[in-house]
Design a protein around this ligand. Structure first.
Ligand code: SF4
Length: 208
């Protein structure tokens, strides 16, 4: 955040202005590129994903089903062996779509497709008290608050109430690992446990 320095005469100047003025002058000015424009461009895709959260929710459910269908393949090859290439793809796809920070415990389907790890305070259960009047972040004034956007995105989704689920703290040991594989392996384990329980009940019923 730029620090404002009170001037003796005239309007106050920010630290950023002083740094800019002190920078060496040169004739080279890259065309149409500024940190501000770059930031706005990166937000554009993120905000598109939030606006289309319902479509992405539908797509992600199909995608998760397909990944679960491939569980025998992942298991046959070994989850450890496929982790590298899958993580590589996941990082690039989700990085482009959501500015994903690869926390490894994805909750996009609960947060309206707005990644909470883009919050400078990395809050996973709603905004801090510092959201600006225009809905932007107090730490990064040019960035829309990820939680304001999360609420907007979640309200477009079929499971709009998932945003009310209380999230656990981030497990830092899972950083840079694949959430896609983790969710798939957990769903497969749950499915196998349910099938085993069903078989156990059937066997008990038959022997009774
Ligand atoms: S919640 Fe985690 S895995 Fe999901 S997009 Fe954000 S950083 Fe990536």
């Amino acid at each position: 955040m730029s620090e404002t320095i009170p001037a003796k005469d005239g309007p106050a100047v920010t630290q950023a202005t002083l740094v800019k003025k002190a920078a060496p002058k040169s004739d080279y000015k890259p065309a149409d590129v500024s940190p501000q424009r770059r930031v706005q461009r990166s937000f554009a895709v993120r905000l598109w994903s939030i606006r289309h959260s319902r479509l992405l929710e539908w797509f992600y459910a199909r995608f998760a089903d397909m990944f679960l269908l491939l569980h025998p393949l992942w298991k046959g090859i070994g989850y450890g062996r496929v982790e590298g290439p899958i993580t590589f793809v996941e990082k690039r796809v989700k990085g482009f779509m959501f500015d994903c920070r690869m926390c490894g415990q994805c909750i996009l389907s609960s947060t309206g497709m707005s990644c909470p790890m883009n919050c400078p305070k990395q809050l996973r259960n709603g905004p801090c008290g510092g959201v600006r009047a225009n809905g932007n972040c107090e730490v990064e004034p040019d960035m829309p608050c990820v939680w304001v956007k999360a609420w907007e995105g979640s309200q477009n989704m079929v499971h709009s109430d998932r945003i009310l689920t209380v999230q656990k703290p981030v497990d830092q040991s899972l950083r840079e690992t694949s959430a896609w594989l983790r969710v798939t392996a957990q769903a497969a384990a749950a499915r196998e446990a349910a099938a085993a329980a069903k078989n156990g009940t059937a066997n008990t019923g038959a022997s009774a």
